[in-house]
Design a protein around this ligand. Structure first.
Ligand code: SF4
Ligand code: SF4
Length: 140
């Protein structure tokens, strides 16, 4: 009897791979840091928390939002990318795994227009499963 070998299935590429294009480093008023996150970020730039606030922040309720330039780019975006990468705000760490994108296929399709790391051919279901898996890894 001839035994057929099962053809190994090709691993599917993930629906999101960050291309480090920094197109998401925009959003006046939306890049928010909590007060306790300021000192670690300031330390990465070799400045005091007070100087960090004076140069890069504006008040946002009890928190701070990072200012943006005329072009809409975050003031902390440098030629090599985020200047406070290891201490960047939660919203920056979490993108694109936002609840709105996980729940809403329309929001996911809109996000594809601004983030080239989201594969155009990826379905919302694929993204949703991948996002939940990544968030689960982070929470461990
Ligand atoms: S826009 Fe998307 S691909 Fe570009 S840096 Fe942001 S997350 Fe990465
Ligand atoms: S803090 Fe860093 S990651 Fe967040 S928007 Fe600014 S440059 Fe981008």
């Amino acid at each position: 009897m001839r035994v057929m070998n099962a053809t190994p299935s090709k691993p599917k590429s993930p629906p999101f791979v960050c291309l480090r294009c920094n197109q998401c480093c925009q959003g006046r008023g939306g890049i928010v840091m909590r007060p306790e996150q300021i000192a670690p970020a300031a330390a990465l730039l070799g400045i005091s928390a007070g100087e960090f606030i004076a140069r890069f922040c504006e008040p946002h309720g009890g928190d701070f939002s990072i200012i943006c330039g005329e072009d809409g780019q975050c003031a902390l975006l440098g030629p090599e990318g985020c200047r406070i990468h290891q201490a960047k705000p939660d919203i920056c760490k979490r993108w694109p795994f936002f609840e709105a994108l996980i729940k809403d296929a329309g929001a996911f399709e809109e996000a594809k227009l601004i983030c080239p790391g989201l594969k155009p051919e990826a379905s919302h279901e694929e993204f949703r499963a991948y996002a939940l898996q990544e968030l689960d890894k982070e929470s461990r």
